[in-house]
Design a protein around this ligand. Structure first.
Ligand SMILES: Cc1cc2nc3c(=O)[nH]c(=O)nc-3n(C[C@H](O)[C@H](O)[C@H](O)COP(=O)(O)O)c2cc1C
Length: 180
């Protein structure tokens, strides 16, 4: 069955390594017949959650920016959410975390997503580089009991933009997308 797959790519730099992982995942998912959309957070206006909790009654955010559009018109209807992030200080990027906070209107809503994936790129190769990012994402997923973290693809050892090109981890990202 074809799934609606939404990839949220959070690196702001050009020739981003994690964005290349996102493209590889998308290619695999398309090859498997899924309906894939990728949104880059670069150039988007994504303001911080104000913590007013109005969305818990209205299912809408009081801030009308690009995050509001992403949450309402893309995340809400997706079957699979894929987050691509550079590792910053052993965590997900701030822009990804800000989007997760802004996705609070999904909490009381009839969200569809059941599968979540993480694609992470880092300078270091050790698993310790991505574990906290996965743990942070799992904290968010815990609030959506129908969903679970189904996979993490890690690209370690890539500092310079584009250095992940032609690497085996792009193949891993492709395979993860294809296996949906
Ligand atoms: C602010 C900042 C913090 C970083 N912290 C880490 C880190 O804790 N561990 C690590 O392995 N790499 C770290 N890096 C390196 C990036 O994760 C690496 O360059 C990665 O390939 C960037 O992905 P991107 O090209 O998708 O933006 C950091 C880079 C920046 C700019």
């Amino acid at each position: 069955m074809s799934k609606r797959v939404l990839i949220l790519s959070s690196s702001l730099r050009e020739h981003s390594n994690s964005d290349m992982m996102a493209d590889a995942f998308a290619e695999g998912a398309r090859a498997a017949g899924h309906d894939v959309e990728k949104i880059r957070l670069s150039g988007k206006e994504i303001r911080f959650c104000q913590g007013c909790l109005a969305c818990q009654n209205t299912k809408r955010c009081v801030i009308h920016d690009d995050a509001d559009d992403i949450v309402q018109n893309h995340m809400l209807g997706a079957d699979v959410l894929v987050f691509a992030t550079p590792i910053y200080y052993y965590e997900m990027s701030g822009q990804m975390k800000t989007l997760l906070d802004r996705a609070d209107p999904l909490y009381p809503a009839d969200y569809r997503f059941r599968e979540v994936y993480l694609l992470a790129a880092a300078a270091e190769e050790e698993d310790s580089a991505w574990k906290r990012a996965a743990s942070g994402l799992e904290g968010w997923i815990e609030c959506f009991p129908e969903a679970k973290l189904c996979g993490v693809v890690f690209g370690g050892g890539y500092t310079q933009a584009g250095s992940i090109r032609d690497s085996a981890c792009l193949q891993k990202a492709y395979e993860a997308g294809k296996s949906l």
